[in-house]
Design a protein around this ligand. Sequence first.
Ligand code: HDE
Length: 712
Amino acid sequence: MSGGFTLEQNRPPSETAKQDQLKEYTVDHTNQPLTTNQGVKVTDTNDSLKAGGRGPTLMEDFHFREKMTHFDHERIPERVVHARGFGAHGVFQVYKPLTEYTSAKFLQDPSAQTPVFVRFSTVVGSRGSADTVRDVRGFSTKFYTEEGNYDLVANNMPVFFIQDAIKFPDMVHSIKPEPHNEIPQASAAHDTFWDFVASNTETAHMIMWLLSDRGIPRSFRMMEGFGVHTFRLVNAQGKATFVKFHWKPMLGVHSLVWDEAQKLAGKDPDVHRRDLYDAINMGDFPEFELGMQLLDEADEFKFDFDILDPTKIWPEETIPVVKVGKMTLNRNVENFFAETEQVAFHPGNVVPGIDFTNDPLLQGRLFSYTDTQLIRLGGPNFHEIPINRPVAPVHNNQRDGYHRMTIDRGVTSYSPNSIQGNSPFPAPDGYKHYAEKVEGKKIRARSESFNDHFSQARLFWNSMSAIEQEHIVKAFHFEVGSVMSKEIRQRVVDMFNRVDNGLAVKIAEGVGATPPAASPEQAQTAASSPALSQMNTVKTARTRKAAIVLDHGFSHNEVTQMLNALNGAGVKADIVAKRLGMYTSAEGPQIEANKHFLNTASVYYDAVYIPGGRQSVDALQGNGDALHFVNEAFKHAKTVGASNEGVDLLAASQIVGTTLAGIDAQGQLFNEMGTISVRNATDLAAFGTAFADAIAQHRHWEREMLLVGQVP
Ligand code: HDE
């Protein structure tokens, strides 16, 4: 673009419509002379204009003044929540027409691709905080449809902390760093948050999700997304159906181990954004299926929970998730600030065929999002920022305000008008609000149907596998154990006793509180929902990462076979050694180490493999970094493999705790709880397959159970 703005709002929408529109605003500075913002060429940008070489800088140096002023104003306020995020472009395609349920055009034509922009985020931390902290993740999608922008502003957990938006400022103030010292960053593990929790029992269900493995995702590509609220779909005949929206990742739902998450936060605070960016650059496009739980209006009151209550799920076993389409993220942003930072989502951005319900949390959100953009993006024209522009035409009588880009032609900016034939005119096929009948007295109160705060928290707890429960207990120990006030710790224990006595007793044991006697409430639900457990998710090795750790004298034959096996399974491999550069194998050929122990660690990988080669393994055995690498991967329940002499390193790295009987057996494949080895083998085909299969399992939690002294 040569400068200025071209408004191309009348082009026919297509999957490239947004991309084409963004191109109009994209500037390439390659091979261009440096200019001021006024387009005047600049001869020197390294020295200010002075009266003599050692003299004072002159006020008339317009280039200096402009450069410095612009720099001084570079920052905008970060989002009050979800400040840290990462975005990508993609497309959405519906599987079959959803005409029966909704008139939304982008949900009708399976051959049409709708451009989308997605922003993933953490909630609590500031813009520079780490990606792997325990937190809810945001999962916002903007669909640039031909009928206007539709935003699905979702989280990776299906419920929320509170039931009424009016509590949101209190809840957020309690979880953000404490006001007197601004500590802790990006963490709920402090007094004010747990004081809030213990004083608001409606948080119970969400706390179970937050303290589960869902709070520390392995990757943005491996999380679910949930619209949380009940929305309405409305078809062309005006018939409404309640709906809950889901995003289901094609790679399954997977999480980190807490110790790993903490270490990653220090070693690579950008690990999630890097993972997404790299995957898209390598062509491993993240894919998510859009799911819908659909409920006839007639069935609104058929459940033991209120469908308007955002602290409740609709168990998938009762109301199945129908997969209606797929989103593919296929393009990274050109510029983080212009796109990811300036994008403005709003759950109130809906298109005809999608409508709201009276969920009081949703209703409050409908106010908050525009309001926050007004301060964050500096005025009412943020919809004109390229990333926010719809591909559908925009015509109305809204005018002026800071940074108005559009040059609105004509003398009228009011309606009705006779001078311009009442243009722009109301459209008969425009958005129609669902004509829901409502009546009631004005009262500041909550429906009694929102009073049950524990049944579904218990359902969640009951649905977890033994190791997932163990992780939740440990998370409570960490979070509540970080609370200074003994009284608050006890109140939390007593509150979660209403979820499950066994859970409360275990929490109490770890945080110095008194274990409570069983609460009569917990006898109420023994139900479980298998869909809630991450044990039942999709498992694939595709796009996982393995480290091949070696030194000079490694077996080239074994490394080559392993690389082939990993490649076949879609696993990426790094060669890790004590320094970067070329390593010579026992057979002679060389291989390049692209990572070394200083710039990588086992926490970056899903698996580690040690090839044979006497000289290589002897060197690694004398290298504390290599021993730690294997030991740590093992501790984090990752796939660990070794062939021939490499098996010696497994033994030397003290990966004790499992039976490991037979790990050293000659000539046969040892394969137990993600530890895989073979001795005296030149053909590694079976070994490679077993190793890749083990990677597909994500983690080997049974091993972790043994490490904590429990039999899986
Ligand atoms: Fe948000 N939320 N939220 N939220 N939210 C914001 O809007 C708010 C809630 C969610 O990537 C803010 O543009 C209120 C639930 C995401 O840019 C703000 C309430 C869910 C994002 C705001 C909620 C979300 C936000 C801050 C309680 C899941 C990031 C910056 C009634 C369904 C969007 C902004 C992005 C961001 C308000 C609760 C998801 C302040 C008042 C429930 C993914 O407007």
